[in-house]
Design a protein around this ligand. Structure first.
Ligand code: GAP
Length: 510
């Protein structure tokens, strides 16, 4: 199956099993806005909790906050979002479709990168064990030509954006002969900037309403609370403030399901450091965050770093952690060295000092900040798409199973009575009632056991427990494992420990 079809199946599966619904579906939906259903909400909660625990609970110098979505409008002037949080847009006059100019160019570059990868794969096959990929990439004339082309495109694009030369961004698209994927033509409008913030009115017009924004990143709630937290928490630099919460962006090219949404959730951490030490902390957090992703247990080859060619207005270094989604490698998390831009700017706009007295240096300074910023919805999509498997079984039947890491699984255990009589439901409910105190557990008595197993496989439940007539005599149940489908008889007295050992965060939180 090609990856496009696979992605369609994943989206269909997410709806069928209560992971994700289109927002306001009965009114034909709201574009790029989604609701999490009864299964999805549990997976999302578990991912958020795993991030929170590994960030806040496991680090004695990181604390959390929960700031409001609405903030004083000057916040966004100071942060640079009012003036600079823009996407360059271009329309195709024939299809009337609107695109982000940077995405059109990035997609073009990605195609050249694919060509390089194919050359490397071909050569690796040809040369076998003696193949040296690094040497090949730096010496093979065709690959060198491709790489030079990529560098030239990137340089021209970055310069055009930095000098606000939108005419040259358009000219680059024309020179690269990029066509609209819908109409196939190169009949483009001019490129123009579009601000991504949603705004609304606060207060009645009689009182003189003011325009406020829905926050486009959670980070600013942390910056404006920097001194509150530092003083009341008596925090010593280096220290971090973490937050998980909603952010809003009026994305113009919203596609790829929950990858790019207009309302989404971020999990961010700002790490405040002594000026001059930001490089080493940046390297530290880059490595720590990749380790966190790898701890989910998916192949390491599904993750890679990508260095930003064009830095945001606040950054002096930036890397993305990209994930191999069904539509290719795309950004999952950003790690940014934000300098002292935000705090200094808030000092300027608020007239309040946002400085730290460093007792070791005996001086005041505005700290530098290293930020880790991950999208909760994108992590959800990464987990869902990497876990989704369509399997052909030995007996010729098929199943869809989600090999979700056990500690993230939305439902940890399902309990079934084999038959709906003879005291089996009562015994099964006893087990259900015991386990539900510590875990999300489902009880099911409808349909054959085989069908009940399939339903649990489809939502990624690691354990199914079946109570049969023997249970009433020997106090044992059949425990069935999701991934191997192996079954074993275990004592009811051991169930809690077996489940806890497998789904506990203890093994991963290090
Ligand atoms: N405070 C820095 C910041 O907001 P960003 O790279 O714009 O940086 C960080 O966003 C992360 O938020 C991204 O890596 C992505 O996971 C997530 N994100 C950004 N825009 C999103 C959108 N429209 N839909 C879903 N997730 C998004």
């Amino acid at each position: 199956m090609n990856r496009e079809d696979l992605f369609k199946n994943i989206i269909g599966h997410a709806k069928e099993y209560g992971f994700i619904f289109q927002s306001s579906e009965i009114y034909d939906g709201l574009s790029a806005v989604y609701d999490y259903g009864q299964t999805g909400v549990e997976l999302k909660r578990n991912i958020r909790e795993y991030w929170w625990k590994s960030m806040v609970q496991m680090n004695e110098n990181i604390v959390g906050i929960d700031a409001a979505i609405f903030m004083h409008p000057t916040t966004w002037k100071a942060s640079g979002h009012v003036d600079a949080f823009n996407d360059p847009l271009i329309d195709n006059k024939d299809s009337k479709k609107r695109y982000r100019a940077d995405v059109l160019i990035e997609d073009f570059v990605a195609k050249i990168e694919d060509k390089i990868n194919k050359e490397v794969e071909k050569a690796a096959k040809r040369f076998g064990e003696t193949f040296n990929a690094e040497m090949f990439v730096s010496t093979n004339p065709r690959v060198v030509e491709y790489k030079t082309k990529i560098d030239t495109i990137k340089k021209r694009f970055v310069t055009a954006l930095e000098t606000d030369n939108l005419a040259d961004v358009k000219q680059l698209i024309i020179d690269l002969e990029i066509a609209c994927p819908i109409s196939g033509t190169r009949n483009w409008t001019d490129v123009r900037q579009f601000n991504l913030m949603f705004s609304t009115e606060m207060g009645s017009t009689a009182e003189g309403a003011s325009t406020i924004y829905l926050r486009p990143e959670t980070a600013q709630g942390i910056f404006v609370n920097f001194l509150n937290v530092q003083k009341t928490g008596r925090m010593k630099i280096p220290f971090g403030i973490a937050q998980a919460g909603k952010a809003f962006r009026n994305e113009i090219v919203a596609r790829q399901f929950i990858f790019r949404m207009r309302e989404f959730e971020q999990m961010e951490m700002q790490f405040f450091v002594r000026p001059g030490t930001q490089k080493e902390w940046f390297a530290h957090w880059k490595e720590r965050r990749m380790k966190w992703h790898n701890s989910l247990g998916f192949p390491d080859t599904m993750y890679r770093f990508h260095e930003h060619a064009k830095l945001a207005h606040y950054a002096d270094a930036a890397f993305d952690i990209e994930f191999d989604f069904p539509f290719g490698f795309k950004e999952l998390e950003g790690i940014h060295s934000r300098t002292d831009f935000d705090l200094k700017s808030h000092e300027k706009f608020s007239g309040k000092k946002l400085q730290y007295f460093d007792p070791e240096l005996n001086e005041n300074y505005v700290p530098y900040v290293v930020e880790t910023s991950i999208g909760l919805d994108r992590t959800f999509l990464a987990v869902l798409s990497a876990s989704y498997k369509e399997e052909k079984l030995e007996d010729g039947s098929e199943r869809v199973v989600l090999n979700i890491p056990d500690f993230l699984a939305p439902v940890k255990v399902a309990v079934f009575p084999l038959l709906n009589k003879d005291g089996l439901p009562e015994k099964a409910r006893e087990i259900f009632d015991k386990l539900k105190i510590d875990h999300v557990v489902r009880y099911e008595e409808k349909d054959t056991i085989g069908k009940r197993y399939r339903r649990q496989d489809a939502i990624g439940t690691p354990f199914c427990i079946t109570v049969d007539h023997d249970t009433l005599n020997d106090n044992q149940v059949t425990l069935r494992y999701r991934d191997t489908m192996k079954q074993e008889r275990v004592s009811i007295d051991n169930l809690a420990k077996i489940v806890e050992d497998k789904v506990s965060l203890r093994k991963v939180l290090v």
